[in-house]
Design a protein around this ligand. Structure first.
Ligand SMILES: [Zn+2]
Length: 53
């Protein structure tokens, strides 16, 4: 960090943009991704065994 002014040191968390899709996690490989599809498929292993997170 190059902070020299003593500003707020806020840790930036990963955000999910609204309207960009929901977050899912693959039940096969554990890969997490976002998708707009109602029946998303894991982009990593092509599994349909995904759950919304
Ligand atoms: Zn997967």
């Amino acid at each position: 960090m190059c902070s020299t002014g003593g500003g707020p040191d806020v840790e930036i968390n990963e955000k999910v943009k609204e309207g960009e899709g929901k977050r899912y996690r693959c039940g096969e490989c554990g890969y997490t991704f976002s998708s707009l599809s109602r029946h998303p498929i894991c982009p990593s292993c092509q599994s349909e065994d995904v759950e919304q997170i």
